[in-house]
Write a protein that binds this ligand. Structure first.
Ligand code: F6P
Length: 533
């Protein structure tokens, strides 16, 4: 399956592609739901696009997509359906899991969440010291990154209590978050799909102790988001404040349901529903559009082109949108936990590299930090820019224009670069000549031909945010199908967890490190001698 695409010619220069076809941008871009995805500044030409689309077709992307939406057990290593899309199926069309329609329960839970969020926002639900002013969401991974990212992204819509997110088991995180909060006016949400994650359970106990010092009924100011009612009950949290979901919602795909409660508390039910509506619109587009016009499919194929075919193993995500500053971290989990595998669904080794290393920071900050390497470093980093046409601050529109100019300029500079002749002319204009001109000019050359894409959207509203996140979810799915891997398990996180459990008593000094390797023994010794053990 890979032979045809591996044989593709990747040597075309992007500027030459534009010279041969001045209207290239029109052909090598896709629009959907008011979004524009421009991939013309990559080395993909007509022939490579045809081959990439054939790759997607041969991998059975459409059939697998339909199987996912139909509730088939596509997460084969965990024996589960994959139905985060049901959480945003606002019209309630039946979605069957083992013959049972899950939609009535999904929509009832959404209504319960909305009622609870409204009670908090209006003050109908009171803490033991009055109206709730602050909400602390304790969770990690998918129970943190998605809701934290989306809450920040929707800052202009915040009109509820302040929502804080604590994830790290490092006590510094919860200590810094709780400092200054009034426990009697704080609601703690314990967000954990499994309700066993050690970081979350440890932080939850710390929060419970903090609350106990100030109020007589600490559990009365706790809520839980989980698939395990038994475990939430054991923490003393009454069923009325437990919002459940099923195991067919993967952790990193869970912000659309109860795990998104923090978002809903911050922005209110109607805005949260608009967020779901945006994602649902992207689902419909994904299911209906031809592969070549299909935004998630084209994003995935550009990813495959850069990673598996051109051999660029990292991908920079660069939102020119300060409120999307947590998007790269969120995408790191979404993409790297989903597609960071080496074994295919059938148990065989993948013949190609799988998911890329994803990283990034918002522009323009990154320009003053790591873009140097992207422009002149010795390796090629495909860049994915994101930009809104307009910002939320009309009185600062001139700043948004500057932001947009920077984003487009970076994409252009990466493609065009600067030749030695141009660099020489620059140095000559500065009065240099001879060897010194040559030496200085070399440092000012930009190779160019560095690929980038731009995703434009009108404005970062709840609806558009829903579209963007669903777009990336489906992109990861399509890449996973083409790679033949299971994007929905995460066995690679287990070994570290097991070893941490075994190491805890050793680090605490309760057990000997004797059986450990000399590196681990030396590191434990350093910690113990300084921790007073
Ligand atoms: O350890 C990885 C992981 O299982 C993620 O997949 C998940 O999002 C995160 O931990 C948190 O899990 P939970 O929501 O069950 O606490």
């Amino acid at each position: 399956m890979w032979d045809d695409v591996k044989a593709l010619d990747t040597s075309a220069k992007i500027v030459d592609l534009f010279a041969a076809d001045p209207d290239r941008a029109e052909d090598f871009s896709a629009t959907a739901l008011e979004m524009l995805f421009d991939y013309s500044k990559t080395g993909i030409d007509g022939a490579s696009r045809r081959a990439l689309l054939a790759l997607a077709q041969n991998a059975g992307v459409e059939a697998k997509r339909d199987a996912m939406f139909a509730g088939e057990v596509i997460n084969e290593t965990e024996g589960r359906a994959v139905l985060h899309t049901a959480l945003r199926n606002l019209d309630g069309d039946p979605v069957l899991v083992e013959g049972f329609d899950v939609m009535p329960e999904v929509l009832a839970t959404l209504d319960r969440m909305e009622r609870f969020a409204e009670e908090l926002r209006s003050g109908a639900f009171q803490g033991q010291g009055g109206k709730i002013t602050d909400v602390v969401n304790i969770g990690i991974g998918g129970s943190d990154l998605g809701p934290a990212m989306a809450t920040l992204a929707l800052a202009p819509y915040h009109d509820g209590p302040r929502v804080h997110y604590v994830s790290n088991v490092d006590g510094a995180h919860i200590a810094d978050t709780l400092r200054g909060l009034d426990p009697a006016k704080t609601l703690v949400i314990v967000a954990s799909k499994t309700f066993t994650t050690i970081e979350t359970m440890t932080n939850a106990r710390t929060a419970m102790a903090w609350m106990s010092e100030a109020v007589t009924e600490p559990a009365a100011q706790f809520a839980a988001l989980s698939t395990s009612e038994e475990k939430t009950a054991a923490m003393g949290i009454p069923a009325s404040r437990v919002f459940g979901f099923e195991d067919w919602v993967g952790g990193r795909y869970s912000l659309w349901g109860p795990i998104g409660l923090g978002i809903m508390i911050a922005v209110g039910g109607p805005a949260f529903r608009a967020f779901l509506r945006g994602a649902q619109a992207m689902d419909r587009h994904f299911c209906a559009a031809e592969l070549g016009e299909n935004l998630p499919v084209m994003l995935a194929l550009v990813g495959i082109w850069h990673n598996q075919i051109c051999g660029h193993t990292t991908r920079a995500v660069l939102p020119y949108d300060q409120r999307l500053s947590r998007l790269p971290a969120y995408l790191q989990q979404l993409e790297m936990e989903s597609n960071g595998k080496s074994v295919r669904m059938d148990g065989s080794d993948s013949p190609v590299h799988t998911g890329p290393v994803v990283w990034g920071e918002p522009g323009t900050n990154g320009q003053h930090a790591f873009y140097q390497l992207i422009h002149q470093g010795s390796r090629v980093v495909p860049c994915e820019f994101l930009l809104a046409a307009i910002g939320h601050e009309p009185d600062l529109a001139h700043q948004h224009d500057l932001l947009a100019a920077n984003c487009l300029a970076q994409s252009e500079a990466l493609m065009k670069g600067r030749s030695l002749a141009e660099a020489r002319a620059l140095m000559a204009a500065k009065g240099l000549s001879g060897d010194e001109l040559e030496r200085q000019a070399r440092h000012r050359v930009f190779a160019g031909n560095r690929p980038s894409t731009v995703l434009l959207y009108p404005k970062l509203t709840p609806e558009i945010l829903g579209q963007i996140i669903a777009l990336y979810e489906h992109r990861v799915f399509v890449e996973g199908v083409i790679l033949g891997i299971n994007s929905f398990d995460q066995w690679g996180v287990e070994l570290g967890k097991e070893l941490a459990t075994a190491l805890q008593p050793i680090v605490e000094g309760r057990e000997s490190a004797a059986g450990k390797d000399s590196s681990t023994r030396g590191l434990v010794h350093y910690i113990r001698t300084r921790a007073g053990g």
